[in-house]
Design a protein around this ligand. Sequence first.
Ligand SMILES: Nc1ncnc2c1ncn2[C@@H]1O[C@H](COP(=O)(O)OP(=O)(O)OP(=O)(O)O)[C@@H](O)[C@H]1O
Ligand SMILES: [Mg+2]
Length: 308
Amino acid sequence: MPPAPDDRPGPSRNLAVDFCGVSRSYGRVRAVAGLDLRIAEGEVVALLGPNGAGKSTTLDMVLGLTDPDTGTARVLGTTPADAVRHGRVGAVLQTGELLPHVTVGELVELVAALHDRPLGVDDALRTAGIGDLRSRRTTALSGGQVQRVRFAVALVGDPVLLVLDEPTASLDVASRAALWETIRGQAQAGRTILFATHHLEEADTYADRIVLLARGQVVADGPVTELTGATRGRTLRATVPGADLDRLSALPGVRTAEARGEAVVLHCTDSDRALRALLSTGPSARDIEVTGADLTDAFLALTADPPR
Ligand SMILES: Nc1ncnc2c1ncn2[C@@H]1O[C@H](COP(=O)(O)OP(=O)(O)OP(=O)(O)O)[C@@H](O)[C@H]1O
Ligand SMILES: [Mg+2]
């Protein structure tokens, strides 16, 4: 359920993540540039944005793996490093290999031993959907199984906050859906979940809220419906025999026109005016469809580089 607007994190709610004016540069690259991000406990938040937008750098700072150059980063009411040290944060990172020369069970046991109140190893493996892989060597796993082992490792400390950097990258469709069901179960069990993804439909399906990053800054933050509403534009699609794209793009209410096989697609500023104009100038237009902006449109519009 998306949170109601007045249900957003306020000072009275416990904040899992509280970033205020956070910046982080690597040499001359400003990976994160003045980021404000507050996530309440219990929220499921997707971090979206093009390659290089600063998602992993942001998650690395949540995990205390790197520090902000400026601004303040708090996690679960303390410093990120402290929250991680006390086992209150679990993570699946974008890079890094599993420890070799051990079995899956031994690896998860090792991690459990680092925590004060871990889950049982069998419990963590079962939740991650790999109860049958306990005695398998970590070097003898498929890509999807490796992701599930990483998930078990993230889970075994019984964390309040789960941080997942593209957890389903490189998984097939069925494995992705299965892992998301597992993650959703963890959200229902009350864990706070912050994940980065490039799959817009995953963000749409599994997050309460989407934070869209571009050039190290938040360019949009809210429930999916708010984001798609933010771009306003609607699309009108029709079959227009002998279509003249220049003439169509000059119609009132139309921003641009493009050909898609037999059909034309009109990106509109005002789809009602565009539809009336289309029918009055070309009565042979048929198979007309008007659709609202979808998440892909919103993503592209909101993350586009500003004109120079
Ligand atoms: N260790 C590093 N040294 C130098 N530059 C870095 C380093 N890590 C990240 N960067 C740069 O910082 C910017 C943000 O990178 P980051 O990995 O946070 O992006 P991202 O949103 O996670 O991208 P992707 O979708 O490709 O995973 C990029 O320009 C990247 O090249
Ligand atoms: Mg990344």
